[in-house]
Design a protein around this ligand. Structure first.
Ligand SMILES: *Cc1c(COP(=O)(O)O)cnc(C)c1O
Length: 428
């Protein structure tokens, strides 16, 4: 490995790397959870990001406005509720590489997936199919299958599933493109992840979208594990739509308001959609007329007036990303994950096998670790780590996922994780 010489196994090296980290101060902006009086080494930002300290005040501010202004809060206060979703728009567009008109914060991920499939999955008898991966996140799988049935098609023939073709359980670009070429004329929608939740593999969105468009397919991406994690250039990727959630790397809290992207070329689309009053043209929304006139862009897919108490954390969290700067975050992210990977190879290669691709452009911060040995050892290792104040997550039957995030993780956290695995091994 070309990076091997940059790292050392000793504690001094990790401490020095953390001391030299230009983003080190951001850690103090987050509430670090504790386990029996010890600060946790938290590797679950891919599942639920930590609470930024500023979030509590931002939510309290809205509660105060509600208490003091009541209905007037829609028009008064520092950030009037009527326009509140617009206060996150620019930062949201920046983090996914989109134009402001292409993004909206609304609902939750699975709901947005359905709403956008209503518009962008328009099957016909000749072209009924959706291309997905075989190991898609269950909610995505249920959603596409439900859409197929809703349109009167049979998932047995109208769901085309991509099987992982690599030894580590990932998908090669070639296999994806081959499937698009092979089934293209039958595919109405290509629906794939930005970063695969189990393996941590990042897909080449632009190449996939371009090949699928050449076959006349629509293209949607699920960015649940990509947003706030890898560089995204959604506009340039040219996909038709994308959806994501905000409680993972975006640190916006349990059940946070999710996001959606609709490419600019569909900004004034007359495609069918499920309409609601918040998607109506803003200037005439309150004339309360019977005819729905969608506001141009992603905003036109909104149904309801947004949950202000849930949007406040998203607004704060996006500001943290903005201040840190995504290029700097990504650089640190690659350094941390590269270090963790190297330490695993150096210290515990007999215990853990890394399923995530090695090339930095093909992954985000997460490493998916297969636990070697008898079946029960994975679960035992996971529990050992929990008792040692190290939070990773466990996916049956044998995968531990660890995601060092650049906003609040340190090299020392990575070292703590690997040394704890080594202690567990040495004890057995
Ligand atoms: C986290 C995640 C979800 C969760 O869906 P919600 O609607 O937010 O509950 C869905 N799909 C993928 C790929 C995910 O990673």
């Amino acid at each position: 490995m070309t990076t091997a010489h940059r790292y050392e196994t000793g504690e001094e090296w990790a401490l020095a790397a953390d001391a030299a980290d230009p983003l080190a101060d951001f850690r103090a902006e987050f509430c670090m959870p504790q386990h029996e009086g010890r600060e946790i080494a938290y590797f679950c930002g891919n599942s639920l990001g930590l609470l930024p300290r500023a979030t509590r005040q931002a939510v309290n501010d809205e509660l105060d406005y509600w208490a003091e202004l009541a209905v007037e809060g829609h028009f008064r206060g520092r950030l009037p509720w009527l326009d509140y979703h617009e206060f996150v728009r620019d930062d949201l567009a920046a983090i996914v590489g989109a134009k402001p008109i292409e993004v909206v914060a609304m609902n939750s991920l699975s709901i947005n997936l359905h709403l956008l499939m209503v518009s962008f999955y328009r099957p016909t008898a000749e072209r009924p199919a959706i291309l997905i991966e075989k190991s898609a996140f269950p909610s995505d799988r249920y959603a596409v299958e439900a859409q197929v049935r809703f349109h009167g098609h049979d998932p047995a023939t109208a769901l085309i599933e991509l099987e992982p073709d690599q030894a580590n359980g990932t998908l090669s670009d070639a296999a994806i493109l081959r499937a698009i070429d092979e089934h293209g004329p039958r595919i109405a929608l290509v629906m794939l992840p930005g970063v695969q939740y189990l393996t941590g593999q990042a897909l080449d969105l632009k190449t996939i979208a371009s090949r699928a468009h050449a076959q006349g397919c629509m293209v949607g991406f699920d960015l649940a594990h990509a947003v706030g994690n890898i560089d995204l250039a959604l506009h340039d990727s040219d996909c038709d739509f994308a959806v994501w959630c905000s409680y993972k790397y975006l640190n916006s809290g349990p059940g946070a308001v999710a996001g959606a992207f609709v490419h600019e070329r569909h900004a004034r689309t007359d495609r069918p959609r499920f309409a609601g009053w918040w998607g109506h043209e803003k200037s005439t929304r309150f004339q309360m007329g019977p005819e729905f006139r969608p506001t141009p862009g992603a905003d036109g897919w909104q149904l309801s007036n947004p949950p202000i108490l849930a949007l406040a954390p998203l607004r704060i969290s996006l500001q943290v990303f903005q201040r840190a700067g995504f290029a700097r975050l990504r650089r640190k992210s690659q350094a941390l994950t590269g270090y963790l990977e190297w330490l695993i190879h150096e210290r515990v290669a007999d215990v853990l096998e890394i399923a995530t691709p090695t090339e930095p452009s093909r992954r985000g911060c997460q490493l998916s670790l297969r636990v070697k040995g008898p079946r029960e050892s994975g679960r035992q290792l996971f529990e050992h780590l929990q008792n040692d104040a190290i939070v990773v997550d466990w996916r049956e039957p044998d995968v531990i996922r660890a995601a060092p995030t650049p906003l609040y993780n340190r090299h020392m956290d990575c070292r703590r994780l690997v040394e704890s695995v080594a202690r567990w091994r040495d004890k057995r």
